[in-house]
Design a protein around this ligand. Sequence first.
Ligand SMILES: Cc1cc2nc3c(=O)[nH]c(=O)nc-3n(C[C@H](O)[C@H](O)[C@H](O)COP(=O)(O)OP(=O)(O)OC[C@H]3O[C@@H](n4cnc5c(N)ncnc54)[C@H](O)[C@@H]3O)c2cc1C
Length: 427
Amino acid sequence: MRDVAVIGAGLAGAAAALRLRDAGLSVTVIEARGRLGGRTYTRNFGDISDRLEFGGGWICERHARMKALAARFGIGLRPTLPIAERRWHDGQVLRTDAPVAADKLAAHLRGLQAVQADSLAMLGGSGRWETGSPWAAMSFAEYMDARGLPETVRREFIAWWTLSGSGDITKVNVLDALLSASYCGGTMEATLEELTHTFEGGVGNLVERMIAESGAEVILGDAVVEASDRDGQASLRLSSGREVTAGQVVVAVPVNAIGTIRFDPALRPAQARLSAERHWGRAIKVLFRVQGVKPGILVTGEAEGLRWMFSERELSDGSTAIIGFGLYDEVPDTSHAAMLSAVQRFFPEATLLGHDWHDWIRDPWSSGTWVSHGLGQSPLFAGPEWAPMGRFHFATSDIAAEASGWFEGAVLSGEAAADAILTTHRP
Ligand SMILES: Cc1cc2nc3c(=O)[nH]c(=O)nc-3n(C[C@H](O)[C@H](O)[C@H](O)COP(=O)(O)OP(=O)(O)OC[C@H]3O[C@@H](n4cnc5c(N)ncnc54)[C@H](O)[C@@H]3O)c2cc1C
């Protein structure tokens, strides 16, 4: 029997395993998928040698733990390409001079300023858990109505929302969107500049190195279906029928997938409610390989449901990678024809060589993308609801006390779960 079983081999699970091992404990990591990494997913695109990020990719300057881990494993950080050219699709035409026509510019700027003022007023608050804030009880859609934002600002705000939160705008509170903007001087426009780095070789490489270094026994492609804390030990039953016992368990699975495990004793009411309701993070990230497009062009607007695209970098075969984001439910058609039309609406000069993506919503081990709080859900994500329960210690970016939704939050939550175990079980 190992000291600790970690359920889930994403960044939270990897961070927990590494910290436990650094302190001398033995660990088993159990992962439902046939690969490590969870919502990090670095892989090839077609037959080119470059490895691209089909899950998360960027970190921010302030993400100190991610930067420290990259340094520990000698993984280089690649600066995000600066924006060399800006374009906006205003619904009718693709513009390169200004986001909107001259006669709409004054109203557009006033709308942006209103959002900026609300956003900056949040600085210094308690972020997502600011349940007393009027924005916690107001949906994104209601906010745009209440502020009387012109159509042009709404289009921009939602385009950036596909990158910062991504839930249905009638279901999520507006807190997340305003909070994201507050990190960027209150403007959505500066969001990309906040995403300062990606990982050389991919963030998936980092997770693999962390788990290898942890020396954990790794069980891949076998989901935990039951977890019980009885008779002085934790027992896990896997989908293959295998049993694993451990002194303690780190449950490092996404909130939207925790319902795949039956817990005995049962989860707390708030946890069970969240597991049933799920959070609202529903983005679609599509990668395009194109010819004829210069790297460094940022376009927002609406094209076949994908509202945000950036020509991110040149690939080894001379083609360019474009990253596109949209709200999942607005992009029902991902056929070649639909994606060709989408990419050419923003990049008329593009020849599409191919597109590829991962369906994080239908994937049962994520059932969503990064966390996005629904109206009234924020208190369910708060610390006390996910405090250790007997031998079960919960960790995932979705519930992180800091940097929730980011890689950084995943690592912090995994390390916090490991620390909670180490306070009582240090060998
Ligand atoms: C498209 C996309 C883009 C993103 N962009 C960014 C970005 O640019 N920057 C950033 O910081 N973050 C980004 N994120 C968010 C980031 O990827 C996540 O916050 C983080 O990776 C979550 O880590 P985690 O360990 O908490 O969860 P996960 O990575 O989801 O790991 C949980 C693991 O548990 C496993 N699991 C689930 N159920 C079971 C079970 N019953 N038994 C065993 N194993 C189970 C899963 O298979 C998974 O491997 C993005 C996410 C997506 C999807």
